[in-house]
Structures are given as C-alpha cells and as structure tokens.
Design a protein around this ligand. Structure first.
Ligand SMILES: Cc1ncc(C[n+]2csc(CCOP(=O)(O)OP(=O)(O)O)c2C)c(N)n1
Length: 309
C-alpha cells in the first residue's frame, strides 16, 4: 500500500501518515507559519475539550460536546476558507470557530450561559455563533446545515454576492480548498466526506464504552490527527519537543485564566428572558416584562448554588 494513493488505506485520500511521513507529490503548498498556526488550533481544541468535560464533571457547566479525534476535519476545512465565506457548522466544530477568530473566552462563557455569553444563556452549550466571523449558530438537528447553506447560497446569488460553504489536516485542507475554488469560479457545490472518528463520548451525558469496543477506539487512537500533524511538523523541522511542551503549558495557563475570568461573570440580566425574540419588544411582551420586574421575583434561591445555567 503506497502512501498518498487515492486508493490507499480504506480508500481515503491521505497525505500525512500516522507516523508523520508524507507524500510530497500530494502535499499542498502551505506556508510554515500557517502549518504551525493550524497545529496550535488542533492542540487548543483538544485542551479546551478536556477542560470543558472536566468542568461538566465538576458541575460547573451543565453539558458539553467534545470533538476529540475530529480536530483536523474542523481546522483543515476552516483554513481553506476565506474571511468573507460563511460557515454553517454542526455541534462538533469548535476548531472552525476558533480558527475564524471566535474567542476562547466567549466560547467558554457560552457554555456557562452567563452575562458574557452573547446568547445570554438561551442556547445549550456548544450552540454558539457569531456574526462578525460569518459563523451561523450551530443547529443541533443533524443535516440542517445543508438546506440552510443552500438557502444562503441562493440568497447570495440573487444579491450577486460570493459565498462558499463548506484524520489528515492537509488532506482536508487540499480537498476543501479545491472545492471552494471550484464554487468561487461558478462550478457549484461539492459534498466532501471527511471520514473521522469521535474518540470521546457523544456528549457529557454519554458513556461510549456501552456500545463500542476498546479495540476499535485504540485503532483510531493510533491515527490521532494531532499526533500525525505533530510528527509531520517535526519531520519538516518546524516543531520540537520543547515547542510542544511550551504550547501545552501556554494553553493550560490560558484556559485556567480564561475560565477563572468567565466564572466571575454574573448571570444574564433578567430582561433577557423577554428581549431579542423580536427586534423590538411587542406591547404584550413589554407589559409582561414590566409586570415581572415589578413583582420583584428573581431567580429561585434554591437554584443559586447550582451550576450557572
Ligand atoms: C435530525 C435529527 N435527528 C435526531 C437527532 C438526535 N441526535 C443528536 S446527535 C445524534 C447522533 C449523531 O450521530 P453521528 O452524526 O454519527 O455523530 P456523533 O455526533 O455521535 O459523533 C442524534 C441522533 C438530531 N440531532 N437531529
């Protein structure tokens, strides 16, 4: 089985092997700084996921959806898109949001649902979105991204605007870049099947050991997208043990500090129960809001020491 062959291992396009060796004929041209930035994002997502799951286990947030094992599919496709493009994400793509500039603090605040959360606690954790990075809020229902993206693409076409929607980072990047270029030049949409493996639980409420074997998980652990990218960067002389240690420590510190800061935020103001459904409050909602505030009722005291959701 030759490396990089389209028909190689499981018939999937592969550029980097699990040991970091790579096919120089298929290797897309990516500047070393961009490769390192991509790697940083892979590690950031992994570190974030571990911390968030642990916060959930401690009862500090109510729920979390980790994406361990799927980081390359997220970052590799996000890095092939441009700023002006739109992303219609599913619930397991924090790497795409972070790559596009979503802040770690906002992502964490969204899981807490506190006043620092732009959605003011009205969404489940992991269901964030942001206008400034063209990142449409995550839809839980599986597959809704496709009709939503098609609708937005039609709207863009009618308005004569450009739009592209969208366990080997380089393979994902190369394929997504080709699809985006094709769409930009009028060639229409492309469906990319990025075969990957969710190494962790479906969510913090799931125990995957009940429905899959340790052998299966171990097989995929050997294809870990982050290890693969690290070994590739090392082979190219772009990464070292020292750089790795520094990066891990940097993100541990960053998350520790950010979580501490986010946890200091109060809950969303009580008015947010009524606002933002309509551009302006309807007379009925306004009346209800005023009556509620006048009643002096606040959050139930017995909930105050519970997680801040
Ligand atoms: C249309 C729809 N039906 C059912 C669900 C409930 N649901 C949430 S996640 C999920 C499983 C999705 O499985 P898969 O896409 O294989 O990946 P996973 O997220 O478990 O890695 C289901 C059935 C849903 N979100 N949307």
């Amino acid at each position: 089985m030759r490396r990089g062959e389209r028909t190689a291992e499981e018939g999937l396009l592969r550029i980097i092997d699990p040991d970091g060796t790579y096919d120089s004929k298929l290797e897309p041209r990516v500047a070393p700084d961009l490769l390192k930035r991509a790697y940083r994002h892979l590690v950031l997502v992994r570190t974030l996921d571990n911390r968030m799951l642990s916060l959930q286990r401690q009862g500090r947030i109510g729920f979390y959806v980790p994406s361990t094992g799927e980081e390359a599919a997220q970052v590799g496709s996000a890095m092939a898109l441009e700023k002006r493009d739109w992303v219609f994400p599913a619930y397991r793509e924090p790497g795409a949001a972070l790559w596009r500039g979503f802040s770690v603090a906002t992502l964490i605040a969204q899981a807490y649902g506190n006043a620092k959360d732009p959605q003011q606690g009205r969404q489940m954790p992991n269901h964030y979105g942001a206008r400034d990075i063209n990142y449409v809020p995550v839809s839980s229902p599986v597959g809704t991204q496709i009709p939503q993206a098609v609708g937005a693409a039609w709207a863009a076409k009618i308005r004569k605007e450009d739009i592209v929607t969208r366990n080997d980072l380089l393979a994902v990047y190369a394929v997504t870049k080709a699809a985006a270029d094709k769409a930009r030049s009028g060639g229409g949409p492309t469906m990319i099947e990025a075969v990957t493996y969710r190494m962790g639980p479906h969510s913090s409420s799931d125990d995957p050991t009940r429905y899959r074997s340790k052998e299966e998980v171990d097989t995929w652990a050997k294809r870990d997208p982050i290890e693969r990218m690290r070994k590739y960067l090392e082979l190219k002389g772009l990464w070292s043990k020292d750089a790795e240690e520094k990066l891990r420590a940097e993100f541990e510190d960053l998350l520790q500090a950010t979580i501490k800061e986010v946890e200091r935020s109060p809950p969303p103001p009580i008015e947010t129960l009524f606002t933002d459904v309509f551009a302006e409050l309807t007379p009925q909602l306004k009346e209800q809001m005023e009556a509620f505030i006048a009643s002096g009722e606040r959050r139930r005291p017995e909930m105050l020491d519970k997680f801040p959701l």
